[in-house]
Write a protein that binds this ligand. Sequence first.
Ligand SMILES: Nc1ncnc2c1ncn2[C@@H]1O[C@H](COP(=O)(O)OP(=O)(O)OP(=O)(O)O)[C@@H](O)[C@H]1O
Ligand SMILES: [Mg+2]
Length: 256
Amino acid sequence: MDSTLLEVKNVNKKFGGLVALDGVSIDVKSKGIVGLIGPNGAGKTTLFNVITGFTLPDSGTFSLNNKSYFPGSIHKVNRAGISRTFQNIRLFSKMSALENVMVGRHHITKSISTGVFGCLFKTKKFKKNEKEIREKSLQLLELVQIRDKADFPASNLSYGDQRRLEIARALATEPKLLALDEPAAGMNPKEKEDLKRLLLKLNSMSISLLLIEHDVKLIMSLCKDLFVLDRGKIISRGSPESVQKDSGVIDAYLGK
Ligand SMILES: Nc1ncnc2c1ncn2[C@@H]1O[C@H](COP(=O)(O)OP(=O)(O)OP(=O)(O)O)[C@@H](O)[C@H]1O
Ligand SMILES: [Mg+2]
């Protein structure tokens, strides 16, 4: 049996009077592909924001690989082994595709030799480090199949390629868990099919995936395990087939 990679328990988050997350617990098995679905405003992105250090929870416990972590900062979460993409693409639009990935890689390769001193005086170690970052970033662009667009400004890439670039940048921190917030949003059917292939490839490389997605066909074909969030609470969990038949889930989507 696969071991548990991510375990999040009893997360609560309020925005003023609005209860966005109400005692939410989820888990992701090592090498798993887990879906998080639910109607608009259910709290899916808020849960991602909390798990990945973008929003502080009011309470809850978090562990990765049986090691507890506190999602108090994005860097800490990155170092723990979790990376993410965003519902609304967040790239440095004027920077090249390659530079966008390199920025992600810089997050985890900081050292004394490459700090301000290294940067100012272009020490040997600094140059070696930069070369390593560049090579690794090019490999990631190759993996997401946009290596040929490495020098294009991010804003010149097609929508589908920008989503791929976000994935490459997230991979730059070498995550064990990749959290994807609506990665197929706005994609055409061909781009969605390509994305599915890419996600399966990442999973075959032992990267676990936690996926928010509204595309039912995509989520059903990728995930064996689904969590359904509605008004801040997990209302169902199980295989896509069982979740689809759950009357509570049907009511949530029909607004009952
Ligand atoms: N920073 C914030 N301040 C105040 N309220 C917020 C904040 N972020 C989210 N909310 C509210 O929390 C609730 C959950 O929002 P969230 O974005 O997590 O939903 P979602 O499930 O991702 O929805 P969607 O499917 O539309 O992306 C919503 O009512 C939203 O308005
Ligand atoms: Mg959202």
